[in-house]
Design a protein around this ligand. Structure first.
Ligand code: S3P
Length: 171
């Protein structure tokens, strides 16, 4: 079984993926980290030097490469991955997916201090961040909501989220 975690930037996909992988004794891949390794460049440098379209093309290629293999694994995506090309169709066909759903306030609080390494929000001022997230989430929600399951993350510990995912997997 392949388990995919998706959701907006700052929703905790990578952290939960690690914990889930340890618990289920499965391999874990973080798509952003995979892209950085394969491209030999940070995400910020890829956006800056090659442009977002190049990044999206590579992101889609690597997603298909990872989900095309037979082995079971946990995969955490980038926030935009489900929303480009036919990526969400591929995710639906080849994995069990979980949308980590967070409120705009939760995302704003978390991303306020973590903007620098995220090119889409790095240049936003404090007072622009909330409106940007609200609009962006509105555009992306219809993709995220196609996941097999939705887990609301607001106010929950990563251990509680792990339990919720495990409960879904037991069904
Ligand atoms: C992006 C999210 C990032 C990364 C890139 C673009 C997005 O991943 O893939 O900066 O479009 O939301 P995280 O969700 O892991 O921050």
């Amino acid at each position: 079984m392949k388990i995919v975690l998706l959701g907006y930037m700052g929703s905790g996909k990578s952290t939960l993926a690690q914990l889930l992988a340890e618990n289920l004794k499965l391999d874990v891949i973080d798509l952003d980290a995979y892209i950085v390794e394969r491209e030999g460049m940070s995400i910020s440098d890829l956006f800056e030097n090659k442009g977002e379209i190049y990044f999206r093309l590579q992101e889609s290629k690597y997603l298909k490469e990872i989900l095309g293999h037979e082995n079971d694994l946990i995969l955490s995506l980038g926030g935009g991955t489900p929303c480009y090309a036919d990526n969400m169709e591929v995710i639906k066909n080849r994995s069990l997916s979980f949308y980590l759903k967070a409120s705009i306030d939760t995302l704003c609080t978390r991303l306020r201090n973590e903007k620098a390494q995220r090119p889409l929000i790095a240049s936003l001022k404090e007072d622009q961040l909330k409106e940007f997230i609200a609009k962006h989430l509105f555009e992306r929600r219809s993709f995220y909501e196609q996941a097999s399951s939705t887990i609301t993350i607001d106010g929950k510990t990563v251990e509680e989220l792990l339990e919720e995912v495990l409960q879904v997997l037991k069904k």
